[in-house]
Design a protein. Structure first.
Length: 284
């Protein structure tokens, strides 16, 4: 197994270190008077890899259907239905016959023992399709200093309620001047000449999030959109104007209003995923 990431101690003004209990790599809870108040210190991971808890199981994709389900077959001829943690169109990464990799974690509380994690494209590129991963990938990359544009903050809150349209921000960074609202979007859509697209389907929710970010900038805060690219063959990201022209227009309005837009590409492997380098966002 890979060595556990090393961490440096973090101390918060107004909070005694004895009252902080480690919950995971970057989550602590302060306990006082029987209540549990969550805070999230930036912890400077030296190895910003999301390591799969369970070994991945190879299979062949038969079909993806009802958005949340996928039928697969295994090398021994057996078959199974896996959950599909991606509600988008999965353009270019859900072709029948593709090699896919699944986590296998049977549990009485889960309807499906398998969950789809990776797809191999016809060009042999591994793509992370699980949309529950990007927030943690970006948080780990920030903590490790990979995302230099977001360095210097002391704490991060996740899924923080904000805005006038009933939104939750993926990451709220604090402790370095004005609060920084960070919205994360997963990018997997088919690549042409090294350029990936977002979104891969009409996304009213994505446009709403851009409006919320613009409102935060208008209030004097910092707002950042991060495209988390879970495939290694991407050299740039652009808005998919041909799929969702409203999103494309709103993204350009957001940039003009002061919303910062970043894209970071991941190294995707069978044991771990990690964001490693920035790529440009092209809106011309």
């Amino acid at each position: 197994m890979p060595a556990e990431p090393q961490q440096k101690s973090i101390f918060f003004a107004g909070a005694q270190n004895d009252n902080l209990t480690c919950v995971d790599n970057f989550t602590f809870k302060e306990r006082a008077g029987g209540m549990s108040l969550s805070c999230h210190p930036i912890s400077f991971l030296t190895h910003p890899n999301m390591i799969f808890t369970f070994p991945l199981v190879e299979a062949c994709l038969v079909r993806r259907y009802k958005r949340f389900l996928a039928d697969v077959t295994f090398a021994d001829g057996s078959s199974a239905t896996a959950s599909c943690p991606n509600t988008g169109s999965m353009m270019g990464v859900a072709e029948p016959g593709s090699r896919v990799w699944l986590t296998h974690a049977p549990s009485p509380t889960r309807k499906y023992d398998y969950a789809w994690e990776l797809t191999e494209t016809s060009a042999g590129v591994l793509v992370g399709i699980n949309t529950s991963r990007p927030n943690a990938l970006v948080a780990e990359a920030i903590e490790a200093g990979v995302v230099g544009e977001l360095s210097g903050y002391i704490s991060v809150r996740r899924e923080f309620k904000y805005g006038v349209e009933g939104s939750r921000i993926d990451l709220l960074l604090e402790g370095n001047g004005a609060p920084c609202y960070v919205e994360v979007k997963n990018v997997t859509a088919a690549v042409t000449a090294g350029v990936a697209l977002f979104p891969d389907a009409v996304s009213d929710r994505g446009s709403k999030h851009l409006r919320e970010l613009m409102a935060m900038v208008a209030q004097g805060n910092r707002a950042v959109l991060v495209f988390c690219v879970q495939r290694g063959d991407v050299k740039a990201v652009r808005p998919a104007d041909e799929i969702d022209p409203v999103y494309g227009r709103t993204l350009r309005e957001a940039i003009a209003a002061g919303v910062e837009v970043l894209a970071y590409r991941a190294d995707v492997g069978l044991s771990s995923i990690a964001l490693v380098t920035s790529v440009p966002v092209v809106c011309s």
